[in-house]
Write a protein that binds this ligand. Structure first.
Ligand code: XIL
Length: 460
């Protein structure tokens, strides 16, 4: 299934420079066979989302594991290999080999990578656990800077800070050595991450933040609102969503996702597993994400039940023998049936896109394209959204005039003609058919400065 490789690396911002890189970028554009509707990744892509899984480096040599991984998923999160204890086992000595195995596997398959996690109270190496005060603050910032710089351009989204709030009714920060360096440690980490990898989306990630009425959820919400109001560089919030009998899925989950999105951040389901793997609950989670325009992807925390950190709860989509469970069928069906409701809107009207559309809203038939640009010194990632008008379309072409000095180095989910000046982009096999009012996303990375891009869409 070559098609699975580059299929839906939503904003797969691989840093590519030079001729070899350009060749690699071109290779990723070779059209494949359509598999939309038959795998999690392809079906999610049709809805403008990714579908990912946690990956453990030491399982990549298991053929049954990689068969499912390569077939079904288009985003990966290293399960442990990018954590602080793995990447900086001794202070100042960085160790990237396990993480790089995962990144290079993902890259060879055209999957995007979520980086997890730069700053966390847990899985700290011994040297960090023993530190405090300004020395710890400095060590934490150095860690964020070094790791984000090392992987710069290869990580679509970083979980910058993980699990910084306390459980229970206090709504307080979790006590930790990092918290004791000062309440501003979280924003300091985000600023360091932005400086080191300006093209990556930066997430705050936590668990037990699914229930909108919980104090912890509200506390994280207030922090994100504060960050947005003060210009702290945060782009997204990850909801781990480890659901179990003590922390069950609740029907206000959709309200939680849409409320955070209304603050002007993306939301992602980052570590989904459900005790017992109820098909109904899995379906609800997918439907909730699809109902929120800024919910841009779902990651399950492992492939087979035997791969799960909570294996005894059999919480995943595949049995230990690799066969699909009823929950898998429910997720696939939800992805295929799901629509982003427009009448009435499920998202509150207070959830505008960060960037204003550069083309008019869809009219009768046809399509429109809008672009959002993540610019840094010397390069940018452009994410283009193609929205069908009031009729379904069977294919699309988007023209984009690049300013002089801008050169495309890499692209995903689109076929390209030209990499400077007038560029023309067409759908790949799995994202040409877009339902009325529905959208699909694709993108490219380029050297130079984007300026104002004005994409023009025509439909077939
Ligand atoms: C878990 C891993 O799955 C285990 O292999 C490891 O022993 C402990 O960490 N929240 C997170 C993840 O953010 O990093 C955790 O992953 C699960 C809970």
């Amino acid at each position: 299934m070559r098609n699975a490789k580059w299929k839906a690396a939503t904003r797969a911002a691989f840093a590519l420079t030079g001729v070899g890189a350009l060749a690699a970028g071109m290779a990723m554009l070779l059209p494949g066979t359509a598999s939309a509707g038959t795998t999690l990744g392809a079906s999610a892509t049709e809805k403008g989302r990714y579908f990912g899984t946690a990956v453990a480096a030491n399982r990549l040599s298991d053929g049954a594991y990689t068969t499912i991984l390569n077939r079904e998923f288009n985003s990966v999160t290293p399960e442990n290999e990018m954590k602080i204890d793995a990447t900086e086992p001794q202070q100042g000595q960085f160790s990237y080999s396990s993480a790089e195995r995962i990144v290079s596997h993902a890259r060879s398959q055209g999957m995007s990578v979520r980086g997890h996690t730069l700053a966390w109270h847990s899985q700290q190496p011994g040297w960090m656990q023993n530190m405090s005060g300004s020395a710890l603050r400095q060590a934490m910032l150095n860690h964020v800077t070094q790791v984000a710089t090392h992987f710069r351009g290869q990580i679509v989204t970083w979980d910058v800070v993980n699990e910084a709030f306390a459980d229970g009714s206090s709504g307080a920060r979790r006590d930790s050595n990092l918290q004791r360096t000062g309440n501003d440690w979280i924003e300091a980490a985000f600023r360091a991450a932005r400086a080191a990898d300006p093209g990556a989306k930066l997430c705050y990630n936590d668990y037990n933040t699914d229930n909108w009425t919980h104090a912890k959820t509200q506390a994280v919400y207030n922090m994100v609102r504060d960050f947005k109001s003060r210009g702290v560089p945060i782009d997204c919030v990850g909801f781990q969503s480890h659901f179990n009998n003590d922390s069950p899925y609740v029907s206000n989950y959709r309200t939680t996702l849409s409320s955070f999105a209304a603050l002007g951040v993306d939301v992602q389901v980052t570590e989904l597993d459900i005790q017992g793997a109820s098909a109904t609950t899995y379906r609800s989670v997918v439907e909730d994400c699809l109902a929120v325009a800024r919910c841009n992807g779902i990651t399950v925390w492992g492939i087979r039940d035997s791969d799960s950190w909570r294996a005894s709860q059999t919480p995943l989509l595949f049995n230990s023998n690799g066969s699909k469970k009823p929950a898998y069928d429910a997720v696939l069906a939800a992805l295929n049936n799901g629509t982003t409701p427009t009448d009435p809107p499920t998202d509150p009207p207070t959830d505008p896109p960060t960037d204003p559309p550069t083309t008019p809203p869809p009219g009768q038939g046809g399509c429109t394209a809008t672009v959002s640009v993540n610019q840094w010194t010397g390069g940018f990632v452009a994410t283009v959204k193609v929205t069908a008008g009031s009729s379904a379309i069977n294919g699309w072409t988007v023209g984009i005039a690049l300013p002089s000095g801008a050169t495309v180095t890499n692209a995903w989910n689109a076929n390209r003609s030209g990499n400077t000046g007038s560029t023309s982009w067409t759908n790949v096999a799995y994202n040409g058919q877009v339902g009325a009012g529905q959208a699909t996303e694709w993108g490219f990375q380029a050297n130079g400065t984007a300026g104002t891009l004005s994409p023009a869409c025509s439909a077939r």
